[in-house]
Write a protein that binds this ligand. Structure first.
Ligand code: FE
Ligand code: FE
Ligand code: ZN
Length: 280
């Protein structure tokens, strides 16, 4: 079954997001755990988290995807930023357990002058301090575009983090189409080759979700500027191949394109048309 959603505003709580998703033809969604620029999270609304699972079940929702704030940088040079990131991550993961069995995605981080190796060690340390054996949430490392000193621009970097995490059965990967294309993985001309590489280095069983974004910039630009589907350098044909690829088609897809709800609705309609259902 084709599972598709997009990034939604948390203003109406989980029920509000569930209803927004249904209104635009989605059957999952992504949301920020708190203000994307950081800061305190809203208090959990017990009624809201109690009611959401029923809506999700009745409408066959795929897992919902929480996204950590962009300011979370557990490999920052500044110790206070690292500590703040750790605190946010631990708090987010505690809150995720109100809706068990879902997904939490974060940007591995930017180590700046400390370098990649130190960065990878700090990210793994953070995960080892935060992931608990009893948690039901799977933590996802996002593939990054490689702007600045971002870690996660290569599959090898993600693999190195995973290898250093003790409870790595609770770790997965979120592949962002804009990011990997900007990072130099040619999903336009060689999708199979990129997936083979992913499988060889990380293992496709780690791949849990796809962020579907076109890119405002050409191949290998290391920029990370999302474009609406079909209007960037990746293009509609590639998205058609991605959502129908035998190794990807059963994963949930999440749009993070520059859109409001009506724009997302149109993109979801377009993607549903591009989906070939013979194999479902
Ligand atoms: Fe992201
Ligand atoms: Fe993304
Ligand atoms: Zn991005």
């Amino acid at each position: 079954m084709f599972k598709i959603g997009c990034h939604l505003s948390t203003a109406g709580g989980f029920l509000g997001m569930g209803k927004d998703a249904l209104a635009i033809g989605a059957d999952t969604f992504q949301f920020f755990t708190r203000n994307p620029r950081g800061g305190a999270a809203k208090a959990i609304d017990e009624k809201d988290v109690a009611a959401f699972p029923e809506l999700a079940e009745q409408n066959n929702f795929a897992k919902i995807l929480a996204h950590a704030p962009y300011t979370l940088n557990v490999c920052a040079t500044d110790k206070n930023i690292r500590k703040f990131g750790l605190k946010m991550m631990a708090d987010d993961l505690t809150r995720m357990e109100y809706l068990p069995g879902n997904l939490y995605n974060f940007h591995p981080g930017s180590p700046m002058q400390q370098g990649v190796e130190t960065g990878i060690n700090l990210i793994a340390d953070a995960l080892n301090l935060t992931i608990r054996p009893e948690q039901t949430t799977v933590v996802l490392l996002e593939t990054m575009a490689g702007k600045g000193s971002e870690i996660g621009k290569t599959f090898e970097e993600l693999r190195a983090i995973i290898d250093k995490v003790e409870l790595n059965d609770k770790l997965g990967v979120c592949l962002d189409t804009c990011h990997v294309y900007d990072a130099g993985y040619d999903i336009v001309n060689d999708l199979d080759g990129v997936l083979e590489k992913f499988d060889r280095i990380i293992g496709l069983e780690r791949l849990q979700v796809i962020h579907l974004n076109d890119s405002k910039n050409p191949f290998n630009s290391r920029k990370d500027r999302h474009e609406t589907i079909g209007n960037g350098f990746i293009g509609t044909d590639t998205f058609k191949r991605i959502i129908n690829h035998p190794k990807l088609r059963d994963l949930p897809f999440y749009l993070e394109t520059p859109n409001e709800l009506p724009g997302y609705k149109k993109e979801i309609e377009l993607l549903k048309k591009l989906r070939t259902e013979e194999l479902d």
